[in-house]
Design a protein around this ligand. Structure first.
Ligand SMILES: [Zn+2]
Ligand SMILES: [Zn+2]
Length: 87
């Protein structure tokens, strides 16, 4: 009797533990993580706002890529478009 109760307890405990661990690990990635991408250093060329998937150097201006927030660069791109539309 006692041993069967203990084994049930053990099952409940391990079940709780694994669900707890799952929730911890599930929360870690992506939580409030900003979308990042690689962009070349600002040099006032159009390529500055081009998004790249990995590190390297820009084919156009030769500047090394730096990791930046995609949201930030998209807002910069919008601002630049407005500027260039003036004639
Ligand atoms: Zn550049
Ligand atoms: Zn560039």
């Amino acid at each position: 009797m006692n041993s069967s109760i203990q084994s049930i307890r053990y099952l409940i405990l391990t079940g709780l533990l694994s669900s707890f661990l799952c929730s911890v690990f599930a929360q870690k990635p992506g939580r409030k993580a900003e979308l990042m991408a690689y962009y070349c250093e600002p040099c006032n060329n159009a390529c500055d706002l081009e998004r790249h998937d990995g590190p390297g150097a820009c084919k156009h201006c030769g500047m090394p890529f730096v990791k930046r927030s995609v949201a930030l660069m998209d807002s910069l791109r919008r601002g630049r478009k407005n500027q260039s539309s003036e004639t």
